[in-house]
Design a protein around this ligand. Structure first.
Ligand SMILES: [Zn+2]
Length: 116
């Protein structure tokens, strides 16, 4: 065991290079997954918001307008509907997001797995 005093510089460099390659593969994949989750979260929140806003219009006996929708969003909704801060609008009974569109994959590439 006298000659096993540690790793040589070349061995350490090889390990660092391999870790770098693995990180280079993993980061884009997980980044894309996180984008997908954010998009899903935005969609779920928008569907719920559209439902609650419809009830609000019925109960308050008001007609939809951009001003009513903004007032509703500012006073009745806690937290962010869109996790990336997309601007919301209400069109034909659907809440649309300026980042994510009005349905899954509406403004994006469809959320597929990236080709490696
Ligand atoms: Zn969004």
């Amino acid at each position: 065991m006298g000659d096993s005093e540690g790793y040589t510089l070349v061995e350490l460099l090889a390990v660092i290079v391999i870790l770098g390659i693995l990180a280079g593969i993993a980061v884009p994949v997980y980044g894309h997954l996180i984008d997908g989750y954010k998009e899903d979260l935005c969609e779920v929140n928008r569907v719920e918001m559209a439902r609650v806003y419809g009830d609000y219009l019925d109960i308050e006996q008001v007609d939809h307008s951009a001003a009513v929708f903004v007032e509703f969003a500012n006073t009745r909704i806690d937290g962010e509907v869109c996790p990336v801060g997309g601007e919301l609008s209400f069109v034909d009974g659907v809440v649309e997001c300026s980042v994510h569109g009005d349905e899954k994959g509406g403004a994006n590439d469809g959320g597929g797995v990236p080709f490696l």
